[in-house]
Design a protein around this ligand. Structure first.
Ligand code: SAM
Length: 223
C-alpha cells in the first residue's frame, strides 16, 4: 500500500512483506532524525541516516537473536491490534501479562513530534488527538484529564488481566512548574481501589541532561 504510493516502480516491490515493513520502519526513523536534526551539528543526509539506522537495527536484531538462541526461548504467536489503551479491544481476564509505558504526563506532544510521520502514514491527526492520553484539554484541565485517563488505562489493564496476572508500567516522574507530579505514587494508591492484590515499584535514576525527568519507575501491579 504505502510502497505502491511512494515507491511505485521500486525493486522493493518484489521483496517479502516483512522485509518491506522493516525497511519502511527504518526509513521513517531516518525521516524523523533527518527532520529534527537538519541544521544542527548532528545533521546528515536522509540517505546517511537511513544507512546508519539500518546498521543499528541489524545489530539490535542480531543481539536479540543471540539472546533468544542462548536462552532457548521459544517465540510465541503475535497479533497486532490497533486501538486505545482507554478501551482495549480485549476480553475480560484474557491477558497473562502487560508491559507498557504510558505518556509520562502532559509534557510531550506526541502528535506534534511525529506529525511528519503520521502524515506520511496517512493518519487522521485530528481524530487521533481525541484519543491521546495527555493531549486533551487546555491549561490546568490538561493535567486533570491526563490523570483521569491514566487511571482509566490502569483500570482497563485490571479488567483484561487474568487472575494472578501482572502489569508492569514504566513511568517517568516529570516536574511541571517546578513540582513533581508523582503519578507513580498515585498509581500505587489507585491500585488498592482497583483491587490489585499487590503493587510495588523500582526506582531508576535518570542520569544526564533531561532536567524535567529525574527518575523512572517500574511499577509492578499484580491482579
Ligand atoms: C512513553 S511513550 C511509550 C512509547 C513506547 N514504549 C515505544 O517504545 O514506542 C507513550 C506512548 O503512549 C502513546 N499513547 C497516548 N495515548 C494513548 C492511548 N490512548 N492509547 C494507546 N497509546 C497511547 C503515545 O503515542 C506514546 O507513543
Amino acid at each position: 500500500m504505502l510502497w505502491d504510493r511512494f515507491f511505485p516502480s521500486s525493486f522493493l516491490h518484489d521483496l517479502p512483506f516483512e522485509w518491506r515493513n522493516f525497511l519502511l520502519l527504518i526509513y521513517l526513523h531516518a525521516l524523523s532524525d533527518y527532520t529534527y536534526l537538519s541544521g544542527t551539528k548532528k545533521g546528515k543526509s536522509l540517505q546517511q541516516f537511513f544507512f546508519d539506522n539500518f546498521k543499528e537495527y541489524i545489530e539490535t536484531i542480531r543481539g536479540c537473536w543471540n539472546v533468544i538462541n542462548q536462552l532457548g526461548i521459544e517465540l510465541g504467536d503475535y497479533e497486532i491490534l490497533i486501538g486505545s489503551a482507554l478501551d482495549l479491544k480485549l476480553k475480560d481476564e484474557s491477558v497473562k501479562g502487560i508491559v507498557t509505558s504510558p505518556p509520562y504526563s502532559i509534557a510531550l506532544d506526541y502528535i506534534k513530534n511525529d506529525e511528519h510521520l503520521l502524515n506520511y502514514l496517512g493518519v487522521d491527526i485530528g481524530e487521533l488527538r481525541n484519543h491521546m492520553i495527555g493531549l486533551k484539554g487546555r491549561g490546568k484541565d490538561r493535567l486533570v484529564l491526563y490523570e483521569r485517563d491514566l487511571k482509566r488505562s490502569i483500570e482497563e489493564m485490571f479488567r483484561v488481566l487474568e487472575p494472578n496476572g501482572w502489569a508492569i508500567v514504566v513511568l517517568g516522574d516529570i516536574s511541571i512548574n517546578g513540582s513533581r507530579t508523582n503519578f507513580n505514587k498515585k498509581i500505587i494508591e489507585w491500585s488498592k481501589d482497583i483491587e490489585f492484590e499487590d503493587a510495588w515499584q523500582l526506582e531508576r535514576a535518570i542520569l544526564g541532561g533531561f532536567a524535567k525527568l529525574r527518575f523512572e519507575y517500574l511499577i509492578f501491579l499484580k491482579k
